[in-house]
Design a protein. Structure first.
Length: 702
């Protein structure tokens, strides 16, 4: 099986090299997408077969750097992460070509998908440091390739505001920095274990002698920074998304769905694979409990940052999905840190369940993010925009897409019985069991991570409510949104149905998937979850001889929720008819908080319709110092000017009168030859004029 995977890794670059020939063909892009779909399906099936058989194999390739050949390995951990990679690639390729066009951008658009898939697969199958860095570097280069050669795109169609070349440059710089960090981490690990040079040492040699002491701390920090940088997930600027996610939004517009969906769904999973491999597998079981604190806190902070960004800052559908993907990846990283702490305390069953929560989170993230990313692509094609302020009412014009969007939103919001609920239930149960680790620092870190995780879950639900409510409910905000229609045909339904089915199966049968991933859990936690899980339920072990601390049966929960929904629908239909037996009145599910628009405003009053910024206003007020938000969180009145003193007020009032007072003596000087009556009248008039001017000047203001 590993030989077939190696041949696939060689065939994908050859397909990319054939891009100049395929660009001349009418169906060249369709052929590339079909090949990528087949490659993704083969990767997923290979991972599934390896997990079922429990195969562990290594392969030495006849090519490689000067110091030695490339080595590949297929074990439980790499087989598990082949599942999200293959499913993401297959679903994205089924969605079809993104945009038509030729010219200069045609070659990068055809060459990028197979190169990106090959780089990610090489990173997952790598058996040494050089192969891992090579795979991640190829993936970063392939992701930046379409944007480096892309021209301008119509911004009214929902293109990102940032220049594509700047985003590509940021991704390449982040990948270079991450490569240096990971190379340094491998160097510390190899030097501490007395193995071969950093990039020449294979993973079994590093696993045999893991780093300890200060080299172990250096490896821990460098791996965290390097993985996040190399996969483009570390935020580089407070006003922008991380490079990989920003590139995903731009690539979705310019190079079709494959590159964008792989960056949103598979790239975070690849980062989690690298972190799990280097920190848990190669880190060894003899690390102290503090070994899990940095990834635990970093993951919780990343989860909250991504959820807040999705709920408050982002106003494009793709950007919201990207931020949510970042947040879900943070929860998985926190689960791996928790597993490291449990393993250090010799709590094998809890370590296995925490690591299982991380693996389920990685698979759930890939499937749900892929589903919502494909929904965003369908909305952009059908409604002409991905800006939330230009959508609305798509549930009536695009009902199929709205249904899949609701499915993915429920999964990311961790609603039962979908995949997010099972993964987060395991994670929080493991966090609540952290008191069993006899280390006060680890217990405080776990308590803080639980608080951050709960806040992140609430913000994620708010972000998904804003996304679905603005895009699919309420009245349409533009004529283009009112005329939206479904796009994609049978291939589009298959592309959306594949991750939706995965989300449902993962949510209903988490125990079966944990049993399937038992080889990966043995590598990460040194223990098995087989005695604690079954095909229909998951049990959290109690302390000592105590009974089970918690029990989850998702299928039973789904049946109860289904019966409750049917009963509620029956009661509503019975009560809606009324006592007189009149027919129920149909109305929109949500009208945006406003009454029906008048006939002369068929799309409603733009000032009265809620927008992305308006729905985020409560959270912006709760977090006034939130980065990346250029608008103030609260409305502030202008400061009142300083009140002048009494003399200053008198001088200000007399200032307009001074010219009139200065002219009064001239008015009083009358010619000597004038009669006395005329002289008296003139003096009286001058005196009245002066008094009137003084009264007007001294009159109080207001």
């Amino acid at each position: 099986m590993l030989t077939a995977l190696a041949l696939l890794l060689l065939a994908l670059p050859l397909l990319a090299a054939a891009a100049p020939l395929l660009a001349r063909q009418a169906r060249g892009e369709a052929a590339v997408h079909a090949a990528c779909c087949g490659a993704g399906a083969f990767l997923a099936l290979s991972g599934l077969a390896a997990l079922l058989v429990g195969e562990t194999a290594t392969l030495t390739l006849p090519i490689g750097p000067p110091w030695g050949p490339l080595r590949l390995a297929l074990d439980g951990l790499s087989a598990w992460f082949l599942l999200p990679l293959g499913l993401c690639a297959a679903a994205a390729s089924l969605a079809g070509p993104g945009i038509a066009g030729g010219g200069r951008a045609a070659l990068p658009r055809l060459a990028a998908p197979p190169l990106l898939l090959a780089g990610m697969a090489l990173g997952v199958l790598a058996a040494d440091g050089f192969a891992l860095l090579l795979g991640l570097g190829i993936a970063a280069l392939a992701a930046a390739l379409p944007l480096a050669a892309a021209g301008p795109v119509n911004r009214m169609a929902g293109a990102v505001a940032a220049a594509p070349r700047r985003e590509a440059r940021a991704l390449l710089l982040a990948a270079g920095g991450g490569a240096f960090c990971l190379a340094a981490a491998l160097g510390f690990a190899a030097a501490a274990g007395g193995a071969a040079p950093a990039l020449a040492a294979d993973f079994p040699a590093l696993r045999a002698r893991p780093p300890e002491g200060w080299p172990g701390a250096a490896v821990l920090l460098l791996v965290l920074i390097g993985v996040l940088l190399l996969t483009g997930l570390l935020p580089g600027h407070r006003r922008r998304l991380p490079p990989a996610l920003a590139v995903a939004g731009a690539a979705a517009v310019r190079s079709g769905p494959v590159v964008g969906v792989l960056l949103l769904g598979a790239m975070p999973a690849l980062a989690l694979y690298a972190a799990a491999r280097l920190l848990l597998d190669l880190g060894g079981p003899a690390q102290p409990p503090w070994w899990g604190v940095p990834p635990l806190l970093a993951g919780a902070a990343l989860a909250l940052a991504g959820a807040l960004r999705a709920a408050v800052v982002e106003r494009d559908a793709d950007a919201v999905v990207a931020a949510l993907s970042l947040g879900q990846g943070g929860l998985a990283l926190a689960a791996f840190g928790l597993a490291a702490g449990f393993r250090a305390a010799d709590l094998g069953p809890l370590a296995a369940l925490a690591a299982g929560a991380g693996l389920l989170h990685a698979l759930h993230l890939a499937l749900a993010a892929t589903l919502l990313a494909l929904v965003a692509q369908a909305v952009r094609r059908g409604a002409g925009s991905r800006r939330l302020d230009r959508l609305g009412g798509l549930a009536r014009t695009m009902p199929r897409t709205a249904g899949f969007a609701l499915f993915g939103a429920a999964a990311l919001a961790a609603l039962p019985p979908f995949s997010g609920f099972a993964a987060q239930w395991l994670l929080f149960q493991a966090l609540f069991a952290s008191w069993r680790v006899a280390d006060a620092g680890f217990q405080l870190a776990a308590a803080g991570a639980a608080a951050l995780g709960g806040l992140a879950a609430a913000c994620t639900a708010a972000a998904l409510l804003r996304l679905y409510g603005l895009a699919f409910l309420g009245p349409p905000r533009t004529p283009r949104a009112a005329g939206a229609e479904e796009a994609g045909g049978v291939a589009g339904i298959a592309a959306l149905g594949l991750p939706a089915a995965g989300v449902a199966l993962l949510g209903l049968f988490p125990g079966a998937l944990l049993t399937l991933g038992d080889p990966a859990l043995r590598l990460l936690a040194g223990a098995s979850v087989t005695p604690r899980v079954g095909p229909l339920a998951v049990t959290l072990p109690g302390a000592g001889e105590a009974p089970a601390a918690a029990h989850l049966a998702p299928l039973a929960v789904a049946v109860l929720l289904g019966l409750a929904a049917l009963a509620l629908a029956f009661v509503l239909r019975r009560t809606a008819a009324g006592a007189a037996g009149t027919a129920p009145v149909r109305a929109p599910v949500w009208n945006g908080g406003a009454m029906a628009p008048p006939p002369h405003l068929p799309f409603g009053d733009p000032a009265a319709q809620p927008g992305a910024a308006g729905m985020a206003q409560p959270l912006r007020r709760a977090f006034p110092l939130l980065p990346s938000d250029p608008r103030p969180a609260t409305l502030r009145a202008a400061p009142a000017p300083a009140q002048p003193g009494p003399f200053a007020r008198l001088a200000g009032r007399l200032r307009p009168v001074l010219p009139a007072l200065a002219a009064a003596p001239a008015l009083l000087r009358l010619e000597a030859g004038h009669p006395p009556l005329r002289r008296a009248v003139g003096r009286l008039f001058a005196l009245l004029l002066a008094l009137l001017a003084a009264a007007l000047a001294l009159r109080p203001n207001g």
